[in-house]
Ligand binder design. Structure first.
Ligand code: PLP
Ligand code: COI
Length: 360
């Protein structure tokens, strides 16, 4: 599809007082804006019917392939309101690229990157009133793609649909920037060699839900997954990447090993830290190394990062066998200063020196 014209059908908008009430305390992922984007794809016709339509239920045949074989991928990014009232999104081109990598792994069609970015802009513009104005709040944007051919044979579908919805969002973890506790999943994995770990597909999250429930029962907010072969090499958290900070200021994060998501927050923090002169090691790192480093004082901070989580300090690592508290469970200084710099760029109070922002 070369024509980027989107057909628009205006929604009946939620009354302003109700929207304002939601924006006063949106939580995360509970409320949705007035519109959504839909673009259809068939093997014969390619991408077509790009439209912005009222947000609402979609009709789906019970035999739709996504319902049976999970052929689905998604993305997550945010729109921020700057002090001058303008609205920007953060690195949407990186999400477009990553969605296409996920599409290749899930045998779904690739969407032209400029069409992805255009779709985000169309939705943010039409629902601009939903972009919060308070600090720490943003509009979380969820692009996704589903296979919706109606048949039960197991093969990649010949029909798909790309959609974008948006949801005003406060902090993912409630209680301010408070260190979270992480549960080490020992028997249950989310990814294995050659699997879909590096793709952002619903199936990975389905696999993470039982360990996530186990984490919650143990007072933890996220699950730490290790490589299923070693059960010691760290992959990532259920919905975030992981960084450790050494006493000499070196940042250490698991390398992209095929099991983990190539996080856009991760990528951005590596660049910000290197730009400040910090060494950044992308390498294999084990739970044993983390435990020993925390005990002997060579690892001084740990944090989770992702679009939803931003940067969240980690205060405790817990498993069926041990509980380790880091420092006095207070947020680390480097963690907090990287968080400040990143959010400063996103909210337009710090110069966007890498050209990461897209004006909607
Ligand atoms: N890892 C997983 C499994 C995720 O779901 C996410 C969130 O999108 C991330 C890492 C962080 O990625 P990003 O920084 O692009 O949001
Ligand atoms: C995101 O950060 O965009 C995610 O998809 C992670 C999820 C925890 C909401």
């Amino acid at each position: 599809m070369t024509d980027l014209a989107f057909a628009h059908t205006e929604a009946t908008r939620l009354p302003e007082d109700q929207r304002r009430a939601i924006l006063a305390d949106p939580g995360f992922g509970n409320h949705f804006t007035d519109h959504m984007v839909s673009i259809e794809w068939t093997k014969e016709a390619g991408w077509h019917n790009a439209s912005v339509v009222p947000y609402g239920p979609i009709q789906m045949d019970p035999a739709s392939s996504v319902l049976h074989y999970g052929q689905e991928i998604f993305e997550g990014l945010k729109a921020y309101r700057r002090p001058d009232g303008s609205i920007v999104t953060f690195r949407p081109d990186a999400n477009a690229k990553r969605m296409n990598e996920s599409a290749r792994r899930l045998a779904l069609p690739e969407l032209p990157e400029e069409l992805f970015v255009q779709a985000i802009r169309e939705l943010v513009r039409v629902d601009a009133d939903w972009v919060p104005t308070s600090p720490d709040q943003s509009l979380y944007i969820r692009p996704f793609m589903i296979a919706d051919e109606n048949f039960l044979g197991v093969r990649s579908a010949h029909r798909a649909r790309f959609m974008v919805i948006a949801s005003p969002a406060g902090p993912y973890f409630t209680g301010g920037v408070k260190p979270v506790s992480i549960w080490l999943s020992q028997d249950l994995s989310r990814a294995g060699r050659g699997g879909t770990g590096a793709a952002k597909c619903g199936g990975n999250y389905a696999a993470s839900l039982l360990p996530q429930d186990e984490a919650a029962r143990n007072g933890c907010q996220q699950v730490l997954f290790t490589d299923s072969a070693t059960e010691d090499t760290i992959d990532e958290l259920g919905g975030m990447n992981l960084f450790l900070v050494r006493a000499d200021g070196t940042l250490v994060t698991p390398r992209l090993n095929g099991n983990i998501l190539d996080g856009i927050t991760r990528k951005s923090l590596i660049q910000l830290a290197k730009d400040r002169g910090h060494a950044v090691e992308e390498r294999e790192i084990t739970v044993s190394e983390w435990r020993e480093g925390a005990a002997d004082g060579s690892i001084v901070e740990a944090f989770a990062c992702g679009t939803a989580a931003v940067i969240t300090p980690i205060g405790r690592l817990k498993s069926a066998d041990f509980t380790i508290d880091f420092g006095d469970r207070a947020p680390g200084p480097l963690t907090m200063s990287l968080r400040e710099e990143l959010t400063g760029i996103q909210f337009g109070t710090t110069e966007d020196r890498f050209g990461w922002l897209d004006v909607a």
